[in-house]
Design a protein around this ligand. Structure first.
Ligand code: HEC
Length: 108
């Protein structure tokens, strides 16, 4: 029974990995998830949890892309403009870095 469960988990993870890979390859915004994680760890992780929705300085970002209000465009704007305690990253991150971090956020 235990074994079956862990096999299923591995299967689900493999599927998730495969679809992520597909996204990185041909996602419309074309961001690199692995590089985006690096950008996130350096710039955002001090204030945002990536693995839970729990508030740190800012809201936890797990499941962020599933929030109805958070479209790709509105997340982009938030990164550029900041506000309410969040710094503006307009001139701090390059466009590719923003695209990559966005791709990473979509996987959370
Ligand atoms: C100094 C702390 C801080 C840093 C660093 C920071 N943020 Fe934020 N962030 C916040 C706060 C505070 C909010 C809530 C602002 C609000 O309510 O409008 C927020 C909100 C957000 C939101 C909207 C979340 C929601 O559910 O409404 C996103 C997306 C986001 N940040 C992404 C990022 C990304 C990506 C980075 C790194 C490039 C980053 N943040 C860096 C503090 C920070």
């Amino acid at each position: 029974m235990r074994k079956t469960t862990s096999f299923m988990i591995v299967g689900v993870l493999a599927l998730a990995g495969a679809s992520l890979y597909g996204q990185t390859k041909k996602g419309a915004s074309g961001g690199d998830v692995a590089k985006g994680k690096g950008v996130f760890d350096q710039n955002c992780a001090v204030c945002h949890n990536a693995d839970s929705a729990e508030v740190k300085m800012g809201p936890g970002l797990k499941g962020i892309s599933k929030k109805p209000k958070m479209t790709e465009a509105s997340i982009k704007t938030k990164i550029d403009v900041g506000g309410n305690g969040m710094p503006s990253y307009k001139d701090i991150l390059t466009d590719p870095e923003k695209t990559n971090v966005l791709a990473y956020l979509k996987t959370l």
